[in-house]
Write a protein that binds this ligand. Structure first.
Ligand code: ATP
Ligand code: MG
Length: 285
């Protein structure tokens, strides 16, 4: 018998960053969350789950050697798609890849392959972040319900608010998600609080959910310039303090023990998907 028993692997924390409306700052928040956690010494994997578009890779200026399309077609392991980003303390990225129209709706078979590949990679990480597409499409439902917890990003724009509500409604009613962390982007503090209270009052009235305010990010030239120049902002210099606080609030938020680890989630999502997917098919390119 080995004198050093193998430690029991702790399942990674899995957080999805999502939104009802597009263009509200999910990728901006995700990439900085990844760098922040890495800077804290966590082993981080950031997955771009907007599979048809290159969000994360463009923002970070990284280019993958293989595409996730090859992974779900069982041509190469997910490991081959990983790109190392040296920002923060350094973290791994699974880029989405642009022009992958066939991936706008993963079939059950493709979801199963991705599940197995994520399961294999999971134990190497403390935190898995999933930057999703916007809205209530099949892939978004799949990735968010595969996660332990979700961060919903919205702006004070009324359409962003109604779309965030619609997303939370569908996730709670169809996927049994109950707890959501909320970040209001491109808003001054007061506007952000008013926006959150509006969302909270309608959610409290009609849904069985628990929403928690993680903070706000102001509309900022530094944020815009950082994204344009494909450089992450660093804490204590260009990064707005409010963003720093919101990132810390998410990272310090207690884990949702009731929802378990990575494997459970991916399998849970898969069985949900199979129940909702009697005819697996791939969208035509
Ligand atoms: N706090 C901010 N201040 C200024 N500009 C911002 C801020 N947050 C986001 N932006 C701008 O909004 C744009 C969209 O941000 P981002 O790509 O993160 O949104 P997204 O929700 O990921 O979009 P998509 O739904 O297309 O994936 C960015 O290119 C940036 O210019
Ligand atoms: Mg994005």
């Amino acid at each position: 018998m080995s004198p050093h028993p193998q430690p029991v692997a702790r399942p990674p924390r899995v957080i999805a960053v999502t939104s009802g409306k597009g263009g509200v700052g999910k990728t901006m928040f995700s990439v900085h969350l990844a760098a922040r956690a890495a800077r804290r010494g966590q082993r981080v994997l950031l997955m771009d789950a907007d599979l048809g578009l290159a969000n994360v890779d463009v923002m970070l200026g990284v280019s993958p050697a293989a595409s996730i399309q090859q992974v779900v077609e069982d041509e190469c392991p997910l490991q081959d798609v990983l790109v190392r980003c040296e920002e923060g303390g350094g973290f791994d990225v699974i880029p989405g890849g642009s022009g992958l129209h066939g991936l706008t709706r993963l079939s059950s078979a493709q979801q199963r392959i991705l599940l197995d590949e994520m399961d294999a990679l999971g134990p190497g990480y403390d935190l898995v972040l999933i930057d999703t597409a916007a809205g209530i499409g099949d892939n978004v439902m799949y990735f968010v319900s595969a996660s332990e917890s979700a961060v919903v990003v919205l702006t004070p724009d009324p359409t962003s608010l109604t779309d965030a509500y619609a997303l939370i409604k569908v996730l709670s009613r169809q996927r049994n998600m109950r707890r959501f962390m909320v970040v209001v982007n491109q808003a001054a503090e007061l506007d952000a609080q008013i926006t959150f209270r509006r969302l909270l009052s309608v959610a409290d009235r009609y849904l069985d959910v628990h929403l928690e305010y993680m903070g706000h990010v102001p509309e900022s030239g530094n944020v815009r310039r950082a994204i344009q120049s494909q450089r992450l902002m660093t804490p204590g210099s260009t990064m707005p303090a409010e963003l720093e606080n919101a990132l810390d609030a998410v990272l310090d938020h207690p884990r949702d023990g009731a929802r378990g680890g990575l494997r459970f989630f991916w399998q849970h999502a898969l069985s949900d998907a199979m129940a909702n997917d009697d005819e697996p098919r791939r969208a035509s390119a």
